[in-house]
Design a binder for this molecule. Structure first.
Ligand code: ADP
Length: 482
């Protein structure tokens, strides 16, 4: 039973129901229209029959002039009624007051009284024009089609002649018509019953496919799609929209998968970086505990090493906090910063010359950006410290300038540069260049990632270029203050 509750069957039943009602209504309308046409043609035939009979009767009674009263009597006589009746046609003659004068029943039962209408019908026919036809009931309950003709002597109406035939004669013709309509309708219905489930089922097949595909999507198979029917109807559009939705879901899950993957990497890398100093501290503690007597020098050396490791851990944790703060997407609190003054001051504070760098400056005055000074200082510091680490003793040329409607802070060093393999990755979190990896003094690989996250939080970009052996150039581009 549940099967018949499906859309396919509901549409089929609806369609068949509608078709049956339409066929029935069409047949009924057609039957009544045909009946009306038959009534009218039979009525016309009766009228012509009357006209012919009247002419014949006039000829029969002769052309000699007669007084009006005699003529009237002849026109209302049983002789005239007999002349008019023939075959199925019965005749009845009424006087000018609508009273029956005489009748002739040539039809099936000659003794039966003729079918009559209401007296008013006869009076109305005399007063105005008779209607095209009337339906009269006979005493046996049968219906008769009747036409009325007013009889005049001179111009004076003297009575009404009624010619009638039983409608049963007409109904016989209609019966065949009715049977044909019923058989035709049944054939049409049968064909519809056989074909409509197939046609509707075919039209709805994409919907069934969509439902099974939706099931597959829900089960996690995001690559499933439905085949789009060629017709661009509602179902075709639905299939297109369905596939777009499936692609959207697939994409969203792909993005989630990627970000989860990145997060896993990040956590693994961070844990790995933290484990090194922790293992080291645990090692020193272990050594100290195992010794019964610790000489003050060893103790001092161990404590200093542990302090160094803990400082490294603190730096790492601070770097991680900075990174998450700027990557969270929260806008930094900004204020106008005049770059030449700002970078000049930051470089003074870093006193790079004291740390062995050959520092030079070319700071274009008045280039202003809107930035968080604390964060911007970190960018300058990270770049400077990298140059100190990876290009020790080399020249560091700092410049501030304005180009293409943007502000730039640039550092060019004359160090060893960055290898081609490293260059595309140096801004990644925890990425350390080949040389930096085996170097104990190397950082954690977060310095440039932090600089990038800060610059991007200010709607800027940061880039690096380098020819190995020719030094490296880092440029931070920032939007100018309006
Ligand atoms: P780290 O904390 O290791 O310094 P960074 O993210 O600051 O990490 O830098 C990533 C890598 O980029 C470094 O390991 C190094 O190989 C390379 N690098 C950065 N700055 C320079 C530079 N001025 N010259 C050469 N290599 C550099």
């Amino acid at each position: 039973m549940a099967r018949f509750r499906s859309l396919r069957w509901r549409l089929t039943f609806l369609y068949l129901g509608l078709l049956s009602v339409l066929l029935l209504a069409g047949s009924v309308a057609q039957y009544f229209a045909a009946r009306e046409v038959l009534f009218r043609t039979n009525a016309e035939a009766l009228s012509s029959e009357y006209a012919a009979d009247l002419l014949a009767f006039r000829r029969q009674i002769g052309t000699t002039a007669r007084p009006a009263a005699a003529l009237r009597a002849l026109m209302l006589s049983a002789q005239f009624a007999k002349e008019l009746a023939s075959g199925h046609t019965s005749a009845a003659i009424f006087d000018a007051n609508g009273g029956l004068v005489t009748s002739a029943n040539a039809g099936i039962s000659p003794d039966q009284p003729p079918p009559t209408l209401y007296t008013t019908d006869y009076l109305n026919a005399i007063r105005s024009k008779p209607k095209a036809y009337y339906l009269a009931a006979a005493s046996d309950g049968s219906t008769h089609l009747a036409v009325l003709n007013v009889v005049r002597v001179g111009s004076k109406p003297v009575g009404v002649v009624q010619l009638s035939i039983p409608t049963a004669v007409i109904d016989q013709t209609l019966q065949a018509d009715r049977q044909l309509a019923i058989v035709g309708s049944l054939i049409v219905l049968l064909v519809a019953v056989l074909l409509s489930p197939l046609i509707i089922g075919r039209a709805l097949r994409p919907l069934e496919q969509m439902s099974s595909t939706a099931g597959a999507l829900a089960a996690g198979d995001y690559k499933q799609r439905v085949s789009v029917p060629r017709s661009q109807d509602e179902i075709g559009k639905l299939a297109v929209a369905f596939n777009q939705m499936a692609a959207g879901i697939d994409q969203a899950f792909e993005v989630r998968r990627q970000s989860e993957e990145q997060m896993r990497h990040f956590v693994a890398d961070a844990s790995h970086e933290l484990r090194t100093p922790l293992t080291s501290i645990a090692g020193y503690i272990d050594v100290l505990r195992r010794r019964e007597v610790v000489d003050p020098e060893t103790l001092q050396a161990s404590l200093a090493a542990m302090q160094q490791e803990s400082a490294r851990m603190t730096r790492l944790v601070n770097d991680l906090l900075t990174l998450t703060r700027f990557e969270s997407g929260r806008a930094p609190s900004r204020q106008p910063v005049v770059l030449d003054q700002f970078v000049g001051q930051a470089l003074d504070e870093l006193s790079l010359r004291d740390k062995g760098a050959l520092e030079s400056r070319d700071l274009q005055p008045g280039v202003t950006v809107r930035a968080d000074p604390e964060a911007l200082k970190q960018v300058v510091t990270n770049l400077a410290q990298n140059a100190l680490k990876y290009a020790p003793g080399a020249q560091q040329h700092w410049s501030v300038f304005q180009a293409d409607g943007r502000a730039a802070i640039r550092l060019q060093d004359t160090g060893p540069g960055i290898s081609r393999q490293d260059l595309p990755h140096i801004f990644e979190r925890f990425y350390r260049g080949e040389k930096a990896r085996d170097r104990s003094t190397g950082g954690s690989g977060l310095g440039l990632a932090i600089a990038k996250s800060i610059v991007e939080a200010h709607q800027g970009t940061i880039e690096a270029s380098s020819e190995p052996g020719q030094g490296a150039t880092f440029t931070a581009w920032l939007p100018l203050a309006a």
